[in-house]
Design a protein around this ligand. Structure first.
Ligand SMILES: C[S@@+](CC[C@H](N)C(=O)[O-])C[C@H]1O[C@@H](n2cnc3c(N)ncnc32)[C@H](O)[C@@H]1O
Length: 230
């Protein structure tokens, strides 16, 4: 029997009690920026979700506290940024950036990013990020990893030819897992010519909260940039 996706979320949906201001933003601001998923798969065109209109749409899966999403939105005002996250405290933190900086080019999916991937139509994105996904260290939990063949097939379907899929991880075993899946994928090309291509952060990069933790704990993050070829 298939287990419905709602029962199949791995990780925390909520953390510390929310402050009043966060609750207010969730009640009032989230409905203005939240994405409603269509009933039909592969039908969601994300560009019309943005007002004022945008030239490109980028997607980030698992935005955590939204530092990177907000950074990209701030520095790329003509790009629409979609962030997917099921941790309510992360959504609340991201809404603070939207509110305080008046970032009109952010849209959020509060829920399972895999449902958003199902919903998005073909060739509708110009860039995508999966940054420091949960590593699910125990071997018996590896199947929970968000980077897998299903996710990569979606990425190849929804990203335009020549666009970038950027993945970062601080976990060595997950790194080898990601490399294995990506290297075997016929529609992903990795152009790392030397060590610095994947050890040094990309130029348009802000250190995320999880990356800071990794550095504090002595782990070396890797940054993988794949080009979509079809
Ligand atoms: C280790 S954190 C990294 C957060 C952020 N990218 C950063 O670098 O600070 C992974 C995040 O992915 C989220 N996440 C994991 N699986 C998800 C899914 N299927 N849909 C939406 N969010 C997900 C978790 O809730 C968590 O916030």
């Amino acid at each position: 029997m298939d287990i419905p996706r709602e029962q199949n979320i791995y990780g925390r949906r909520s953390g510390r009690p929310l402050k009043d201001i966060q609750k207010k933003r969730l009640e009032e601001l989230l409905p203005q920026v939240a994405i409603t998923l269509p009933e039909t798969n592969h039908s969601l065109d994300p560009k019309p979700l943005f007002d004022p209109s945008v030239q490109e749409v980028w997607l980030e899966i698992g935005i955590g506290g939204g530092e990177h999403l907000a950074y990209q939105a701030r520095h790329n005002p003509t790009v629409g940024l979609i962030g997917a996250e099921f941790f309510i405290n992360g959504i609340a933190k991201t809404l603070a950036y939207v509110d305080e900086e008046n970032l009109s080019n952010i849209r959020l999916q509060h829920g399972d990013a895999r449902e958003l991937l199902d919903a998005l139509k073909d060739d509708c994105l110009d860039r995508a990020f999966i940054l420091f996904p949960d590593p699910w260290r125990k071997r018996r939990h590896n199947f929970r990893r968000i980077v897998n063949l299903e996710t990569l097939n979606h990425m190849v379907r929804i990203l335009k030819v020549g666009s970038e899929l950027r993945i970062a991880t601080d976990h060595f075993d997950y790194l080898t897992w990601i490399l294995r899946f990506c290297q075997q994928h016929p529609n992903l090309e990795w152009h790392a010519e030397n060590r610095s291509n994947w050890i040094d952060p990309p130029k348009d990069w802000i250190t995320t909260r999880y990356q800071e933790k990794a550095i504090r704990e002595g782990r070396v993050p890797a940054f993988l940039s794949y080009k979509i070829v079809k």
